[in-house]
Design a protein around this ligand. Structure first.
Ligand code: FES
Length: 117
């Protein structure tokens, strides 16, 4: 999925407003980083339904609503909120160090799959 491995500095944490997401292209991976009350969570920025940009979705709690057709995904697990929805999105380990958001793109995890080696 991507050519970048290990913890990668992405942006200053201040650049991601509370309860919003921002899209970032790192290598060939487009990710969406969300800011939730001091926590930062990262998922792939492509809805499994028809590719909607999840970074633009409305955030409610730990869920994001796809802006195209309204499917909801849990930002912590990548799982769809409704079991009847097809597919899930990859999640990426994320941390903040000295005010900078780092994402481990090599640590991508998708429900039902093993973490990338
Ligand atoms: S593209 Fe996301 S719900 Fe359709």
């Amino acid at each position: 999925m991507n050519a970048v491995r290990g913890w990668t500095p992405i942006t200053k944490a201040d650049n991601i407003p509370l309860r919003e997401g921002r899209a970032v292209l790192v290598g060939d991976a487009e990710i969406a980083i969300f800011h939730l009350e001091g926590r930062y969570l990262t998922i792939e920025n492509k809805c499994p339904h028809k590719g909607g940009p999840l970074c633009d979705g409305i955030v409610s709690g730990t869920k994001v609503v796809c802006p195209l057709h309204g499917q909801r995904f849990d930002l912590e697990t990548g799982m769809p909120v409704l079991a009847s929805q097809p597919g899930c999105v990859a999640i990426f380990p994320t941390r903040v160090d000295d005010g900078v958001v780092f994402v481990d793109l090599g640590g991508a995890c998708k429900a039902g799959e093993e973490a990338a080696a």
